[in-house]
Design a protein around this ligand. Structure first.
Ligand SMILES: Nc1ncnc2c1ncn2[C@@H]1O[C@H](COP(=O)(O)OP(=O)(O)OP(=O)(O)O)[C@@H](O)[C@H]1O
Length: 677
């Protein structure tokens, strides 16, 4: 009967605020810790109340969070795999039927061996006939058991395949939806949270669909069948057995709930501990540089202690639950045997019937335990699938594939009175207007945090302006096909981001048709980026794996691969964000050479976020941004005339002699600048 312990641990579901409150009431875990976490959660919710966040309240175990619409949608996702579901269910009916009839036949077989027992009831004639047959042909009983086992194996296989396919489809749909979301979505939701939700919830749904649902349906079939057979075998014995039901339910309610709550909370805390560990391990270089090893260990251990505290409560509840079930189970079983032997003595039942009854009682108990487990798991699965469906159905504001397809510009890109703010932040850009003429280099300069990258973000249409508009040849960027537009732009960021794959895959990332890119084109892009020599120097050339975030390459090598990636599609427009991080002299020189060559290409329209004087000098126009406003705009020479300007400061820093006339000028002389230095 101890198999009635039904609560299974599942992966990483998250704890709802309501559960925190509930646990506070039950005092299942240290109150201070939960209070602290709860306060943090509430604060967090308040901070983000204006932001449409992914709902963190855990819907995993409450059906009310799952709507009929969700169920219909799940059915639609499962539809293509209905062949497997039908086959699996059919095998399940066969195997359950066989294993349900076996105890009855075994009972009759026992009675067959007992010469004192005769057939008493007409309805038992059929079973007795089968029993007689099996007595004469014992191998056929083995054969029947083998058929049952084969049907079980086939059922598991078919339903597993159906489950894996359903979850696979759901996972793909959710992932493609996440990938298509607006940048604002990722600003509002923590990537780790979305990632773990995507991973953990699909595991929960997978477990629920492939395992729990199968076990549950089988448990219902076998449970109902066994109880029916128990009633059929002996009404008196059934009454004794069912008397223990309320006691079992009471025990389950008492300890089961506490254990369940602890399990849920453990999953949340364990996910947090894992996240901390993974983050620290992924950034080992920084940890080492900061000598933060002990701090990381302490942090990990502190969180681990919370796991231990909750685990103790869980273990106590689990132990009490199993112990109580064992006590009740064995008591009930002993009562059946005692009362059963009395019934045999009084001639009410036979030995065979008592044996059958005992087997059915075990089957019924096991099935009932599975049904409660199945209920919890399916509820969790439904809740998790609802959250996944919410992610799947999240609609980005920017449709990536509709709009005018524009791959080049004929006149200019214009910022017209553009104001912009990131979600939950004050305005980053305020009423800025300037032109990026075709075939020219526009350098954006300004202090850190002034909004330079935000200008590039708007030009790439990663975000839309709050006011004003960005136009390309007079067409609002919002009317353009975002994918085609971004394909027309090559981007090299300040901090190159490489993916954990080969150099070839990194360079080809983002090309419209990677399979059509020839080796020659690949080498050409690498050559232009001054990367070919070092790539060919590697044993595996372009197939060299770059490690996590490109950790197996130097900063300069990463930067040059990023440049090659930007050039591979032969873009007409380039956005360059010059690296401010220190590179070694050779890398710095090579990258500068590469960018200089790019800037000399007069067919390119370039927006460069410049940090070097040389780059500013090459620009056709320089735009000075300060605190989100354009405070100066002109040629490099014109900008040099501005006292204390960033250009001048840069020149001084680099020890470049300043033109006398320039140093004397205190006010802007050209283009009616409005400067507020
Ligand atoms: N995704 C974001 N969400 C919220 N605020 C952001 C985001 N990105 C940038 N900001 C804020 O917007 C402001 C402008 O940032 P931006 O990156 O455009 O500056 P920048 O001039 O490029 O700085 P740097 O030269 O240091 O790269 C900063 O105050 C920054 O904190």
């Amino acid at each position: 009967m101890h198999c009635l312990c039904v609560l299974r641990s599942t992966l990483c579901c998250q704890m709802p605020t309501s559960t925190y409150r509930m646990l506070l009431q039950t005092k299942a875990v240290p109150v201070q810790i939960i209070k602290r976490d709860l306060t943090a959660k509430v604060k967090n919710q308040k901070l983000n109340q204006n932001i449409r966040r992914v709902d963190r309240r855990n819907a995993a175990y409450l059906l009310r969070h799952t709507t009929w619409k969700d169920l219909v949608e799940l059915y639609e996702i499962a539809k293509p795999f209905r062949k497997w579901i039908f086959l699996g269910t059919s095998f399940m009916v066969v195997s359950s039927g066989i294993f349900l009839i076996i105890p009855r036949i075994l009972g009759k077989l026992i009675d067959q061996f007992d010469s004192n027992t005769g057939v008493q009831k007409a309805e038992e004639v059929f079973t007795m006939k089968i029993a007689k047959y099996f007595k004469e042909q014992p191998m056929s009983l083995v054969g029947l058991l083998a058929i049952g086992a084969l049907a079980t194996a086939a059922k598991v296989y078919c339903l597993q395949i159906a489950g894996v396919n359903i979850v696979g489809s759901l996972r793909k749909m959710v992932y493609s939806s996440i990938i298509r979301q607006d940048m604002t979505f990722f600003d509002k939701n923590m990537v780790g949270e979305i990632g773990s939700r995507h991973a953990a919830d699909t595991v929960i749904v997978g477990y629920s669909v492939s395992s729990s649902l199968r076990a549950g349906v089988r448990a219902v079939l076998v449970g109902v069948g066994s109880i029916g057979m128990m009633l059929m075998t002996s009404l008196e014995l059934s009454t004794v057995s069912f008397l223990t039901a309320p006691i079992v339910m009471g025990i389950f309610k008492m300890f089961g709930r506490v254990q369940q709550q602890c399990t849920w909370q453990l999953q949340e805390v364990a996910a947090d501990v894992n996240q901390t560990a993974i983050e620290r391990m992924a950034n080992m270089k920084t940890i080492r540089m900061l000598s933060a090893e002990q701090q990381s260990i302490d942090e990990y251990c502190k969180k681990g202690e919370l796991v231990l505290d909750i685990s103790k409560t869980e273990a106590l509840a689990k132990g009490s639950l199993i112990g109580s079930f064992q006590f009740t189970g064995y008591s009930a079983f002993s009562s059946i045997l005692f009362y059963g032997s009395h019934l045999i003595n009084t001639g009410h039942i036979t030995y065979g019937e008592l044996s059958s009854f005992c087997l059915y009682a075990v089957l019924a108990a096991a099935s009932l335990s599975n049904i409660s487990g199945f209920y919890n798991e399916v509820m969790k699965g439904l809740g998790a699938s609802s959250r996944l469906l919410e992610l799947k159905n999240a609609q980005p504001i920017m449709n990536l594939n509709s709009g005018i397809k524009k791959t080049d510009i004929t006149t200019s890109i214009q910022f017209e009175n553009v104001s912009f703010a990131y979600a939950g932040r004050k305005k980053t850009l305020e009423n800025i207007s300037f032109d990026i003429p075709r075939g020219k280099i526009t350098a954006v300069i300004g202090p850190s945090g002034s909004g330079k990258s935000s200008i590039a973000n708007l030009m790439l249409r990663l975000y839309d302006p709050a006011d004003g508009r960005v136009t390309v040849d007079g067409v609002d960027l919002r009317d353009l096909n975002a994918t085609t537009w971004r394909h027309a732009i090559g981007t090299v960021g300040q901090e190159p981001v490489l993916f954990t794959c080969s150099i070839r895959e990194n360079i080809l990332m983002g090309t419209e048709h990677p399979e059509k890119v020839s080796q020659y084109e690949l080498e050409e892009a690498a050559q232009l980026a001054n990367a070919l020599d070092f790539i060919q120097g590697f044993e595996n050339g372009f197939e060299t794996m770059v490690g996590e975030h490109g950790c197996k390459l130097s900063g300069g090598q990463k930067q040059r691969i990023a440049i090659a990636r930007a050039l591979i599609s032969k873009p007409k427009i380039m956005i360059l964000d010059e690296a401010t991080s220190a590179l070694d002299a050779t890398s710095d020189y090579l990258i500068r050479m590469t960018l200089d060559n790019l800037l000399k290409n007069h067919n390119l329209t370039v927006l460069v976020i410049a940090h070097r004087l040389a780059t500013m000098q090459q620009a056709d126009q320089v735009v000075y941004v300060n605190r989100g406003r354009i405070e100066g705009q002109g040629t490099f020479d014109e900008m040099m005339k501005i006292q204390n300007s960033i250009v001048e400061q840069e020149a001084r820093r680099r020890g470049i002699p300043m033109n006398e006339q320039m140093s004397r000028v205190n006010t802007p002389v050209a283009r009616g600048f409005s400067l507020k230095f």
